[in-house]
Design a protein. Structure first.
Length: 206
């Protein structure tokens, strides 16, 4: 495998492996924050719109796992908000058709419906719109900050950006000499015409 200079591509050290582990941990944090935000939206929907109690505490883990499954499976947090909205609406309709069902049962049924709506969307490959939470429910500051950090560190590693760059090898690196040592530098894929010297993050290969 060659880099643009024609030299063999350098083998990455444990530094990059550690970075990958840290990025994966950051991605999990973002997913957790997004799932929590979706659950907060659902509970607000149940209590404010329908007058039901929030999702049962006994089913919180199940609900969280379902939403994480959706997000890690390719759906955005906005699409999961659309799915839980549909789930709550379906559960409310079911309650209206069943006089014996109380508000608590409707909230519990919503958790079941979230899984059903997610599975149905996957099986039927239905497009899911992205819903925004109401204006009074702001995105938590920690989530916004974590998303920006994740984009900053994941962006240079995206395959589409690497393929379109033309300045680095197929893994997004190029080699250069720093203080007499050959190191690999992570390319940020900025056009050469406006790329200053510090637009790459050096990663010592040891």
């Amino acid at each position: 495998m060659l880099i643009p200079s024609g030299k063999p591509m350098l083998t990455l050290s444990g530094t990059q492996q550690q970075s990958a582990t840290e990025i994966a941990a950051l991605a999990r944090l973002v997913t957790t924050l997004e799932a929590t935000h979706v659950i907060d939206y659902l509970n607000s929907l149940l209590t404010k719109k329908y007058g039901y109690p929030p999702a049962p505490e006994a089913r919180e883990v199940e609900l969280f796992d379902t939403i994480v499954d959706g997000i890690t499976g390719g759906y955005t947090a906005g699409q999961m908000i659309a799915i839980v909205w549909r789930a709550a609406d379906s559960a409310a309709g079911w309650k209206e058709r069943n006089a014996r069902m109380g508000p608590a049962e409707a909230s519990s049924a919503t958790v079941t419906m979230v899984r059903k709506k997610l599975d149905d969307a996957r099986e039927r490959r239905q497009p899911v719109p992205e819903y925004e939470p109401p204006r009074w429910m702001a995105v938590p500051a920690a989530l916004g900050a974590a998303r920006r950090v994740l984009e900053a560190v994941e962006g240079p590693r995206r395959r589409d950006r690497i393929a379109a760059c033309g300045q680095c090898d197929v893994n997004g690196f190029f080699s250069l000499e720093v203080d007499g040592r050959e190191v690999a530098s992570r390319c940020l894929h900025i056009p050469a015409a406006r790329r200053p010297d510090d637009d790459h993050l050096p990663a010592d290969l040891g």
